[in-house]
Design a protein around this ligand. Sequence first.
Ligand code: AP5
Ligand code: MG
Length: 216
Amino acid sequence: MRIVLVGPPGAGKGTQATVVAGRLSIPAISTGDIFRANVTAGTTLGVEAKKYMDQGLLVPDEVTIGLIRDRLTEPDAAAGFLLDGFPRTVPQAEELETMLAGIEVKLDRVVELKVDNDEVVRRISGRRLCRNDNTHIFHVESKPPAEPGVCDVCGGELYQRDDDRAETVRKRLREYEEKTAPIVGFYAERGLLASVEAMGTPDEVTERILTALEAH
Ligand code: AP5
Ligand code: MG
């Protein structure tokens, strides 16, 4: 299956992407995680992306589109993928459509995670990520690690993202409303959209997503 996961910052995209992609045996591809890995490695891409990420702004389309074009040509993405955090603008959605048409495939479903703003703030303010692997995601209240500050999965150090400060989160939410929310309508027009209630426990949300995908 070829799936896109869309939703505001802190909606639970990363948390759900790993579980859902694992159940479907497809890779979860997160542009945010790819950017963060490049920031850590100090690559040119990382230095460029960090300028925008630290301000809560989207990285320019040409940078992000090129990155996804390369990633989707890797062999593990040939039979399907789950995209977390891409597309995030209408031009990105149009480019993805063109890219996929070029290899004669289409998206199967776009899943929108719906969550209210108070919950977004609660989820982001308590989030902790593993320095070894950004897909190891914790929360000080809803998913605390057994030992504070230590990743349950690999023993890595847990940290708070630079862009999770309250002021930056407000900017990310504005960017979402202005630039990303319009892609929900873009996909609704194409009959691809499934809106899923993302309040409740992570397991409940996973079941709702899988049900929405099965219904397709
Ligand atoms: P990105 O990394 O994609 O960040 P985001 O979209 O803001 O989303 P988050 O990763 O903050 O939240 P999430 O939905 O993954 O939630 P999570 O599962 O972690 O992008 C970062 C930046 O990169 C952007 O600002 C931009 O600069 C750049 N960028 C990336 N893609 C781009 C693109 N395509 N174009 C341009 N720029 C791009 O969950 C959050 C917390 O809640 C965790 O602690 C988790 O444990 C907890 N939680 C999850 N689910 C539940 C639940 N059901 N109940 C209780 N707690 C829960
Ligand atoms: Mg994420």
